[in-house]
Design a protein around this ligand. Structure first.
Ligand code: CMP
Length: 171
């Protein structure tokens, strides 16, 4: 695991002005069927790239009911669960592993809150979603879920280890 120090002036992660240890993390992003049907997958991928995050795995797939059940196990039994499974399995999705400094938090901040109506402008959901369910994408919410979700969607052979040649221009 790569780590480095960064001066965080107005840092949304900690709000403090001091040297903070930043960890390189990996997170799972699932671009859901509504984003693909609406032609937003390029826009979404570009936002992560422009931020300076690194895509280390990417593929289109049809989420099966079994994979949806495993991925959304914590939501089984909730009123929105059947419609959620129907939505996420209804058309192809794009799964990605994104790597970068504090990637789990940074990606969640870029994605915005679950409900598109409550998501602030500038976030992906805030800019493109007015729905609680059809919220365009999923992003891991913790290191434990990132690890679990990456393993559920990708074989280790599908995840690439490479350097971004421009990385030194980002930090
Ligand atoms: P996601 O971030 O993938 O995590 C769980 C998903 O369930 C969420 O995005 C939404 O697509 C859906 N979801 C969560 N809460 C609700 C809700 N109250 N009503 C409808 N869909 C929801």
């Amino acid at each position: 695991m790569q780590s480095f120090f960064i001066l965080c002036g107005l840092c949304a992660l900690c709000g403090k002005q001091e040297n903070t240890l930043m960890m390189t993390q990996r997170t799972l992003v699932l671009i859901k069927p509504d984003a693909i049907q609406r032609g937003l997958s390029g826009e979404i991928i570009a936002r992560f790239e422009r931020k300076g995050l690194k895509i280390v795995a990417i593929k289109m797939l049809q989420v099966t009911p079994e994979l949806a059940h495993r991925h959304y196990a914590e939501h089984v039994g909730k009123p929105f669960y059947p419609a959620l499974v129907e939505y996420v399995t209804g058309s192809p999705a794009i799964a990605m592993v994104i790597s970068g400094p504090e990637a789990i938090t940074v990606v969640r901040l870029m994605v915005g809150p679950t409900n598109g109506l409550a998501a602030p402008p500038g976030t992906i959901r805030g800019d493109f979603s007015t729905s609680h369910r059809l919220n365009l994408l999923h992003a891991s919410d913790s290191e434990a879920s990132a690890e679990q979700e990456i393993a559920a969607f990708f074989d280790v052979s599908e995840i690439f280890d490479y350097d971004l040649e421009l990385a030194h221009w980002f930090r």
